[in-house]
Design a binder for this molecule. Structure first.
Ligand code: BTN
Length: 239
């Protein structure tokens, strides 16, 4: 069982675990915060965390065969533990009816005594229990739709009960993924794939029809010049 540590307030649970790793502490831990004063989203954006959200980071040494499917795997695991209506938007958002429910921020750093394939991995997860104020949320969303809270699906569920429901399956899935890669999860993923059938735009400007996820977790886009596999980009949907 992973050690769980609760903090009333911290700048960012991801930043805290990255600081600990920089100081040589590579322990496996789940760090939960009631409030973040400088929560971070992807691409340098801010992330609001208060008592109406579940905010935590898992830190652990990991050496997966490939890294690109990890955020999808984390999203899939959480979706499966919580509700059949939750979908995953590549590479790392959880959606309900095209509205953002949760975000995932993964960061890694070298472990001084380990081979380069093994890295200390911090998996930060923020789940809205209640939808945050729209203006704030949209700044961190890059999406046209308003965010949504888990209470829409599971009324009154608490942050602790949510964590209890997702944590152990998530740890098990991460270890299974590290050993076996993304492929065993692709069928379950396609049933929850929020981008299925949509035309999308990648942050590089490329547009096309989304045709699925590759065996290593990349996004496959049908463009005028053929199918392109995109490894790490921001994607917006052309509604
Ligand atoms: C995103 O959608 O842009 C990712 C949001 C990730 C937020 C979580 S909350 C816990 C952890 N600590 C942070 O500062 N960020 C992540």
């Amino acid at each position: 069982m992973m050690h769980i540590e609760y903090l009333p307030s911290i700048d960012s649970t991801n930043s805290e675990l990255m600081r600990r790793a920089a100081a040589g502490d590579y322990s496996a831990v789940c760090l939960v915060a009631q409030e973040q004063t400088a929560g971070r989203g992807r691409l340098g954006r801010a992330w609001l965390s208060d008592e109406h959200s579940l905010t935590f980071s898992l830190g652990m040494p990991l050496a997966p065969q490939d890294w690109s499917g990890l955020s999808l795997l984390v999203g899939l695991s959480i979706a499966q533990s919580l509700h059949p209506r939750i979908q995953i938007k590549w590479p790392n958002d959880l959606w309900v009816d095209s509205q953002k429910l949760a975000g995932i921020l993964i960061e890694t750093t070298a472990i001084t005594y380990a081979p380069a394939t093994e890295r200390y991995t911090v998996i930060g997860i923020g789940i809205n229990l209640k939808a945050p104020p729209t203006a704030q949320a949209q700044a961190s969303l890059d999406e046209k739709s308003a965010p949504i809270g888990l209470h829409e699906l599971l009324p009154k569920i608490t942050a602790n009960a949510t964590l209890e429901r997702i944590l152990q399956p998530l740890i098990d899935d991460i270890h299974h993924f590290a050993e076996h890669g993304w492929k065993p999860y692709s069928t379950s993923f396609s049933k929850r794939d929020a981008l299925q059938g949509l035309s999308i735009k990648v942050s590089s400007g490329m547009t096309g029809k989304y045709v699925g996820i590759s065996d290593t977790g990349g996004l496959m886009l049908q463009t005028d010049t053929g199918v392109q596999t995109i490894i790490s980009h921001e994607v917006s949907v052309c509604f």
